[in-house]
Design a protein around this ligand. Sequence first.
Ligand code: C2E
Ligand code: MG
Ligand code: MG
Ligand code: MG
Length: 288
Amino acid sequence: RAKLDARGTFAFFEAALHAKAQSRRKIEVELRDAIQNDVLRPYYQPLIDLSSGRITGFEALVRWPHAERGMVSPAEFIPVAEETGLINPLGGLMLRRACLDAATWPDDVRVAVNLSPLQFRSGNLLSMVTDALKHSGLPPRRLELEITETLLLEKSAQVLATLHALRALGVRISMDDFGTGYSSLSYLRSFPFDKIKIDQSFVRDLGANREAQAIIRSIVSLGKGLGVTITAEGVETEAELSCLRAEGCDEGQGFLFSKARPNIEIISLLAAQRGIDAADEEDAAMVA
Ligand code: C2E
Ligand code: MG
Ligand code: MG
Ligand code: MG
């Protein structure tokens, strides 16, 4: 009887594992197809300067419009893309498309693109970035590349050399999801980042939670000391925003401002901002 139970349990787990492997396999096949047929698109989420309220740039986030399942979340397919190596072509097309789109935006608006650690091992990241810039005509200073702490975990000389080469192009490097990795902070000494993005888990509950506020305060002061821009991710409420402002955080990103949107909406969003600027200038002229 005990033997039967054990076998039954085993069969159950085996079936669950099998179902999971099958669904991953299905995502892999469909994702390869989506890449080949150029179905994936970047959507853009604004980054807001917290003292002026102005848009400083947009983060490109991959979106997969799926015939049967609607918009598939990157949380579902980025891990599969990383396991299968599909993140390399995916990362390449996001980079090219984001640079092309950003080249049509005003000259003071940047674009941020996420990079997977695997892209650093591919050996062609540097030429991929150089080509995307050249092909789009986007000035390097308008491109930000977001990396995560796991990339620096191995302390690889090749990774550091690539980061330095990218920065020498004039591209900016951001540390994404700050505080969620195995941060020993020592990597902040080994590479000169331009920006640190505080993970949204620290922004959650701000205003109600003293610990969260103390953590934000110390990251902001770390940023000031290092001369690095500090951006808070996942800003959802006015309370979080006013707390971040009070702590002197430079930038914010989150649903409070906007979710990620297709490029066609970005152009009108920026036009509206220019409209507000023009009205402000007229007001100023009338006062003067
Ligand atoms: P991330 O780079 O940290 O991007 C921020 C994520 O937080 C995005 O999720 C964004 O939609 C979400 N978010 C923004 N504001 C809020 C908010 O106020 N509240 C909440 N709850 N969430 C907010 P998304 O688009 O689902 O992307 C998830 C992750 O997938 C990204 O995290 C990034 O790690 C990865 N990813 C997305 N696009 C790419 C890509 O092109 N290449 C690579 N390598 N990774 C990507
Ligand atoms: Mg990011
Ligand atoms: Mg992030
Ligand atoms: Mg995140």
